[in-house]
Design a protein around this ligand. Sequence first.
Ligand code: PMP
Length: 360
Amino acid sequence: TTKRVYNFSAGPSTLPVSVLESIASKMLNYNDSGMSVMEMSHRSSSYLEIFNETKTMLKKVMNIPDNYQILFIQGGATQQFSTIPLNLMKNGKADYIVTGAFSKKSAQEAKKFGDVHIVYDGSERNFKHIPTQDELDLREDTSYVHLCSNNTIYGTEWKYVPDTHGVPIVADMSSNILSKPIQVSDYGMIYAGAQKNMGIAGLGVVIVREDLIQDHQDKIPVLMEYDTIAKNDSMYNTPPTFSIYVLGEVLKWIDDLGGLEVMQKINEEKAKLLYDYLDQSDFYQTHSNPDNRSIMNVTFTCPNKDLDALFVKESVKAGMTNLKGHRSVGGIRASIYNAMEKEGVEALVAFMKKFEEENG
Ligand code: PMP
């Protein structure tokens, strides 16, 4: 096999090697169908088996209650920024909690469609912080409250579910879905782009409470009607067939490992390796506040920008890639999603130590 690097990309990101191997082994002839999954009609029995199994596995792994619909949609998470208000803003009002770049974008998009109230805006604190319950200025007569459960760019993560007095919470979980167990019934809707913990780009996953999608605004694009997508079991048109197949393979991998409890334990161990090292170092500074550090995206800086750039350059030579922080934050970002092996994080910590010794 060719040499693989430790890929710390924020997304699309690294996949489990066993998943890649399984897909590769069936590339020319999937389970005696005589063709690859990419070549299958989405209505064929071979493909429907894959599709149904993927849905069943997602339901099992996330323990999704029966009154929730699972929708597979093209257009990624960003498309949902528009689709959500068109379907869920029942009384023309929605509340948005802005904790990072993507929640800001989702609020901006929703403003096109109704009265959007910004419950909390973290920009003044440079998005280092997740609001506490006391800091949330929620309206009671609002259709839903939107939040982003993990801020991919800033490296912060919600550690609790806010009390919204019964108003449904809509959560963008793009960068931490499947990283730990959650109570699906705490949310009206959960959505994610698949290209981090779920698999590959091209697929958006929506998990939504049935009663919330009985109606929607008039005259909206048909592919944005959640009820139409649900009634047609995500096959109103051609779904992203291969991306759904990859999701199914990733879910089997998680299930074989022992499910989301085990996944969380592994993820916390990996994150601890990095944060423990960062905390005892005077050389590196973490971006996010300790209380709300993400276990998926670890953001930090070296003492100056030149050293940040040198860190990124030298890390490539050491077999690591995509450690450059997002342009809006700078510094370093290590995305350590489910599929990043512990060895990769250990290699990164060893590299950080060496870099500090040489440049501190
Ligand atoms: N939300 C979050 C939290 C993200 O991290 C991203 C992508 N990095 C998006 C939304 C946008 O997703 P997509 O590119 O699938 O539209």
